[in-house]
Unconditional design. Sequence first.
Length: 260
Amino acid sequence: MEIHPLILTIFIPLLMLGGMFVFLEVGFRVGRNRRASRTAETNDEISGVVAAVLGLLGLVLAFTFGAAQERLTVRRAQIVDEANAIGTAYVRLDLLAPEDQEQLRPLFRDYLESRIEAFEQIYDRARWKSALNRGARLQDQIWKRSVAACRASPNPAASFLLLNALNEMIDITTERDLATTTHAPAPILLLLVGLSFMGALLAGDTLALKGRRYPLHMALFALAIAATVYVVIDLEYPRVGFITLGHMDRAMIQLRDTMH
């Protein structure tokens, strides 16, 4: 069963924020109850464990954040690459006979429209798949008609230039579709959540050594971890939250405007 990204971007950070406070409190109470039986040597050993877990948590956060940012950068570049590929192929239709151009140009406009619609509706799975399928059908028609037109064309450059451009247009489509559905594996996100809760438990236990709670420090610790996880998820699904690809989509929209 597919989970809507909007649920992920809201539910997981809220779950983590609440869970962090719970584990901080549990850790504090456990540490307070065992405070009298702890020696200085025991406290040093516990501090080493806390440092190791928090260090591992920081490493996993850095890894997932960096990987999500890298995927976002790739997605941004692919939007421009696809717009350039479609635009180049469209311009090279000038190499064909006028009657062939008249047949192919409307197909290109419809194809571009299907690609724009697919990513505008990407989280409406039915409409997204419908737009992708329509684009695939149009892509097939464009290729077949272009091959036939190139064979009939007296211009030898038509086949080389136009078909190469079409090949690039098709390749970037596959790459972009795969990149859009590529995210951090679920085990990594589960590991991140588990380490966060473990770190909160040990941090609460460490605070118990002082004999009282530090609400500000506990709140800042929980908020910092939950906020970082929220940003990671927002980077993974950049069409749902505050981080979006709308400004990059202008490349496709501007290309559509030049085709009319």
